[in-house]
Design a protein around this ligand. Structure first.
Ligand SMILES: [Zn+2]
Length: 186
């Protein structure tokens, strides 16, 4: 994992994280240049060169606007790995998606036969303990509260990078709108 290289667009927007080998290939073929070097070197019989931590493309690459697709993972990232009930941060392993209005109560509450309960507005990131505690109850039947109203995100950044990792690799100055930094809990 320590050999990964951050790729920037010609305008210095973070685009991707690629392998060391791939980055060297891009440097050799003049598709990119080094922005930040690492301490490590790579050697071939004829040349020794520094492995980059950050490279930038020479030619601007247009980025298509991406619609944010709904997924369990997207909900967890929208909510920043934070349980929306107890407000604590967890690792993926301890996180689930809670349906605010439980599936079993949906038809009655919404007065519909449509099973459209899996939406950005009805799903939040929840730790397994809060999820268990809430069970099949409606929020008003519990003493639990949402820390914020769930919303449809306008965009999700392409890259989700651990803050410490970005710091260690000198990526922090290049983490703009296309990157979300997360603090992974220990
Ligand atoms: Zn919780």
């Amino acid at each position: 994992m320590t050999t990964d290289v951050l790729v920037l667009n010609a305008g210095f927007t973070a685009l991707d994280i690629i392998s060391k080998e791939e980055s060297i290939r891009m440097l050799y073929t003049s598709k990119a240049y080094t922005v930040v070097e690492s301490e490590r070197t790579i050697s071939s019989p004829s040349i020794t060169m520094r492995v980059p931590n950050v490279i930038a493309l020479l030619n601007y690459k247009s980025i298509p606007k991406r619609k944010v697709g709904f997924s369990k993972l997207s909900v967890i990232y929208r909510d920043n790995l934070t349980c929306q009930y107890c407000g604590e941060k967890f690792t993926m392993r301890d996180l689930t998606i809670d349906h605010i209005i439980p599936k079993s109560r949906w038809a009655k509450v919404k007065r519909t036969s449509k099973r459209n309960w899996t939406t950005w507005e009805n799903c939040v990131c929840s730790c397994i303990w809060c999820n268990n505690k809430k069970g099949n109850r409606l929020l008003e039947e519990t003493d639990m509260k949402l820390s914020r109203k769930p919303y449809i995100p306008k965009y999700l950044p392409k890259l989700i990078i651990d803050f410490k990792r970005a710091e260690n690799k000198g990526w922090l100055p290049f983490t703009g709108w296309n990157v979300r930094l997360i603090n992974s809990p220990k």
